[in-house]
Design a protein around this ligand. Structure first.
Ligand code: FAD
Length: 455
């Protein structure tokens, strides 16, 4: 096996694969190698097929509102295969006082939603007069101060749906840096958003993308023509005279450009061989996916799914109405629900047996949705990957990363939980890293975009 490469990428999840994809475009002559610990590429992305049902172990799709992901789809021809579920066409529900209530699809619909009382709606406008705080805050404290406590269940639902996280612990500066920048620049979030809307014509809501074979199709296509060594975890790294020496289970490799495309907790033990990080690990929220197939007697409301804030005291975090979102997810005459359990606040639920989880999820869902007595298919998926939590210590970690990227030439650090947690965050960072490698510079600190929050 060849030992020296121009660029070596550690990890063949979407971060590593997308970086390799962009490098192929920007520097076609470069010899690029991916080293992968496991025996398959894709990391958290993995589809599940059984008895005509198609579900996902990890991500259930990605929105088409990020140019880097759209570029990958176009370059690979996957744009012609992609199935789209437009957010504008599908309701999303919140569990509110034991019932599913549709979220307002447009800001002006906020006026009539039963999810907030009149005084809670009026209190949101208080944001115009509240001075921004400079220091970081938890999202809960920040939202309560700016918009009033009434919005907290909705904030909770949004962060359950994205991070499976705890809004009383997640950091506003790390999770929504763009929105914070807007708040500080304009003295108010609403004023900032108004200004932004003036400067930019708003288009339709984005669409969720997936593929007829499941999200794994993205991995399958990106893996083609890439040089990947499987079962090859990186164990040791050394830097000497601008050269990286890598020790793996399958021998030693050298390179001048090293891309660490790993989840934060996978990268920290390796990077600590260079300089001690301020934290050994960050918290991770694991979730299980309870895949349930029913006959179409199940009266699943039209929409994407629902989320349950903590104050509703439900067993399930929420469920996706997967066969409404995308065709071919269930056999004819059937529907597919995927219910999520666990998260940052309830790791104890993950210790239950499959039977216990299934019966509690069924009991919970059947109070909200009219379901037949039994599912025709059920499976508990227990993914190993958890969602990294960008909590109050996170900014310290990012400062430390900036330091080691400057101190160690050719080092680029990206991946799950560094600059975000979504697939779109990963493709964005991947393009930035590829551009930085080609230009021979450090990956730039991002002028964070204002990311809209979709439930
Ligand atoms: C349950 C769940 C649901 C999610 N839902 C969504 C969603 O609906 N939409 C969305 O946009 N995002 C979602 N995400 C997030 C999305 O999955 C991640 O953004 C993305 O998969 C992260 O990709 P990555 O390549 O950075 O990390 P990973 O996917 O974790 O890949 C890292 C790779 O590195 C390998 N590796 C680890 N250590 C080493 C080592 N020492 N040497 C070599 N290789 C190593 C691993 O084996 C793995 O293959 C979800 C995540 C989870 C867990």
């Amino acid at each position: 096996m060849k030992q020296n490469y121009d660029i070596i990428i550690i990890g063949s999840g979407i971060s590593g694969l997308a970086t390799a994809h962009f490098l192929r475009k920007l520097k076609p002559d470069a010899q690029v190698l991916l080293l992968e610990k496991g025996d398959r590429a894709g990391g958290a992305i993995k589809s599940f097929r059984q008895n005509g049902f198609l579900a996902e172990w990890g991500p259930h799709g990605f929105l088409d509102n990020v140019p880097e992901s759209r570029e990958i789809l176009r370059d690979t021809g996957l744009d012609k295969e992609a199935q789209q579920a437009p957010l504008g066409d599908f309701y999303r529900y919140v569990c509110h006082q034991g019932k599913l209530v549709a979220l307002p699809q447009k800001p002006r619909k906020l006026l009539t939603t039963p999810l907030l009382t009149i005084s809670e709606k009026l209190r949101i406008l208080g944001d115009f007069w509240i001075k921004p705080k400079k220091e970081d805050q938890t999202i809960g404290a920040w939202a309560a101060r700016r918009f009033g406590k009434g919005v907290l269940p909705l904030v909770d639902a949004a962060l359950t749906g994205t991070f499976a996280g705890d809004y009383q612990r997640l950091s506003i500066d790390s999770v929504m840096p763009g929105l914070r920048r807007l708040e500080i620049e304009h003295g108010s979030v609403l004023r900032g958003l108004k200004q932004k809307a003036k400067n930019k014509k708003s288009g339709p809501l984005p669409a969720m993308n997936n593929f007829p074979q499941g999200l794994e199709r993205l991995v399958e296509v990106l893996t083609k023509d890439k040089e990947i060594v499987f079962n090859c975890p990186l164990n040791l790294l050394k830097y000497h005279d601008d050269i990286w020496q890598l020790t793996t289970d399958q021998g030693n490799f050298t390179t001048s450009s090293l891309v660490m495309a790993l989840p934060v907790n996978g990268a920290l033990p390796l990077l600590s061989q260079l300089e001690p990080p301020p934290l050994a690990q960050i918290p991770v929220a694991r979730i299980f996916n309870v895949v349930m197939g029913f006959t179409d007697q199940a009266q699943v409301p039209y929409g994407f799914g629902y989320l349950a804030p903590e104050n509703e005291n439900r067993f399930t975090l929420g469920a996706m109405f997967s066969s409404h979102m995308f065709p071919n997810r269930a056999p004819d005459g059937h529907v597919l629900l995927e219910a999520l359990v666990g998260g940052r606040r309830h790791p104890e639920k993950l210790k239950l047996s499959d039977e216990e989880i299934i019966s509690k999820v069924y009991a919970d869902l059947s109070q909200l949705i009219k379901l037949p007595e039994q599912p025709v298919f059920v499976k508990v998926l227990r993914p190993e990957s958890g969602i990294p939590q960008l909590e109050m210590e996170h900014p310290r970690l990012l400062n430390w990363r900036r330091g080691i990227e400057k101190n160690y030439h050719g080092l680029h650090i990206l991946g799950f939980g560094w600059d975000g947690i979504s697939i779109n965050d990963m493709t964005k960072s991947a393009r930035q890293a590829a551009e930085a490698i080609v230009a021979g510079r450090v990956s730039p600190p991002e002028n964070a975009p204002v990311k809209p929050v979709y439930f």
